[in-house]
Design a protein around this ligand. Structure first.
Ligand code: NAP
Length: 283
C-alpha cells in the first residue's frame, strides 16, 4: 500500500514557519505585502483570489486586492502594475489568470517587476529557473519539490517523467527535477507510446487536466506518483488526473487530489511573498 503524501499537513507546517518569519520581519518594520489583481468576475478566479487573501491573513502577510471591471483596458492595468512596482510597501504582485479577452497575459506579466513577480512567470524569472539560479520558482512545481523533499524521496539519478508541458507547471517542473539531478523526460499530447514512457518513471508527475488520465498500466510498480491535475469529475467532485484507487495499489508514494499538490501551491505563494519582502529588506 502506498504512502500518502499529505500536502495539506505539510502546507500547514510551512504556513506556521512562514507566519513566524513574517512576525519577525514585521517587528523589524517590514510587513510582507502581496498585491493581487483580479480583472473581471470569473467565479473560479474570484475563489482563488479569496483563498490567497485568506492564506495571507493567516500568516500575517498584508494583502491588497484590486478588483477591476472586465472592460479594463490594457493601459489601465499596466498603469496599476507600474504604480505597484514603484510602491516600496508592496513586495509581491500577482495578476490572477486567465485575463478577460483583449488583455494580453504575456504583456501584463512582463510588466511586473521581476523582483515582485511571486508567480515567477516573468520571462526573466523563467530564464533564471532554466539556469538554476532563481529566487522565485513557480508555485506548483516548487510545491512538488517540497513534497518530495519532505518525504525524503531522492531525485538524483532517478527517471522522472512529467506529463504536460505548460509554462506554469510542466516545463518548470521538468527544470526543477533536472536541477535536482533527475533524468527527466517530458511528455505531451503528441508523445508516441505514452504508457511505455511513463512506465519507465521512478517519479511520475502528471499535469494534464483529464480525469483518470493516468491508469495503473502506465505506472511502474513502486513508483512515486504526483498528481497535479485539478478537475471536476462526472459526479461534480474535485479530482486529479490519476485513477487513484487503482494506481495507489502499485505505487510507493502518491499524492491525493485534492489534498496533495494544491495546498502546496498555495503555501509556496506565501513563501515567495516572504522571500520578496526579505529581498526588499536587504536591498
Ligand atoms: P494546460 O496548460 O492545459 O496543459 C496541459 C498539458 O497536458 C499540455 O502540455 C498538453 O499537451 C498535455 N496533454 C493534454 N492531453 C494530453 C494527452 N492526451 N497526452 C499527453 N499529454 C496531454 O494545463 P496546466 O495549466 O499545466 O494544468 C494541468 C492540470 O493541473 C490542470 O488540471 C490544472 O487545473 C492543474 N493545476 C493544478 C494546480 C495545483 O495547484 N494543484 C496548479 C496548476 C494547475 P500539449 O502541450 O501537447 O497540448
Amino acid at each position: 500500500m502506498a504512502i500518502l503524501m499529505d500536502g495539506k499537513a505539510l502546507a500547514a507546517r510551512l504556513r506556521q514557519q512562514i507566519k513566524d518569519e513574517v512576525a519577525l520581519l514585521t517587528q523589524q518594520g517590514i510587513q510582507p505585502c502581496l498585491a493581487v489583481i483580479l480583472v473581471g468576475d470569473d467565479p473560479a478566479s474570484c475563489f482563488y483570489v479569496a483563498n490567497k487573501e485568506k492564506d495571507c491573513a493567516e500568516c500575517g502577510i498584508r494583502s491588497i486586492k484590486y478588483v477591476l471591471p472586465a472592460g479594463t483596458t490594457e493601459q489601465e492595468l499596466l498603469a496599476l502594475i507600474a504604480r505597484l512596482n514603484n510602491d516600496p510597501a508592496v513586495h509581491g504582485i500577482l495578476v490572477q489568470l486567465p485575463l478577460p479577452k483583449g488583455l494580453s497575459a504575456a504583456k501584463v506579466i512582463t510588466a511586473i517587476s521581476p523582483s515582485k513577480d511571486v508567480d515567477a512567470f516573468h520571462p526573466e524569472n523563467v530564464g533564471r529557473v532554466m539556469q538554476g539560479k532563481y529566487t522565485f520558482a513557480p508555485c506548483t512545481p516548487a510545491g512538488v519539490m517540497k513534497l518530495l523533499e519532505a518525504y525524503n524521496i531522492p531525485v538524483e539519478g532517478r527517471e522522472c517523467v512529467v506529463i504536460g508541458r505548460s509554462n506554469i507547471v510542466g516545463k518548470p517542473q521538468a527544470m526543477l527535477l533536472l536541477h535536482a539531478n533527475g533524468t527527466v523526460t517530458m511528455c505531451h499530447s503528441k508523445t508516441a507510446n505514452l504508457a511505455e514512457v511513463t512506465r519507465r518513471a521512478d517519479i511520475l508527475v502528471c499535469a494534464v487536466g483529464i480525469v483518470n488520465f493516468v491508469t495503473a498500466d502506465m505506472v511502474k510498480p513502486g513508483a512515486v506518483v504526483i498528481d497535479v491535475g485539478m478537475n471536476v469529475n462526472a459526479e461534480g467532485k474535485l479530482t486529479g488526473d490519476v485513477d487513484f484507487p487503482a494506481v495507489e495499489k502499485i505505487t510507493s508514494y502518491i499524492t491525493p487530489a485534492p489534498g496533495g499538490v494544491g495546498p502546496m501551491t498555495r503555501a509556496m505563494l506565501l513563501e515567495n511573498t516572504l522571500t520578496a519582502a526579505k529581498m526588499a529588506a536587504q536591498a
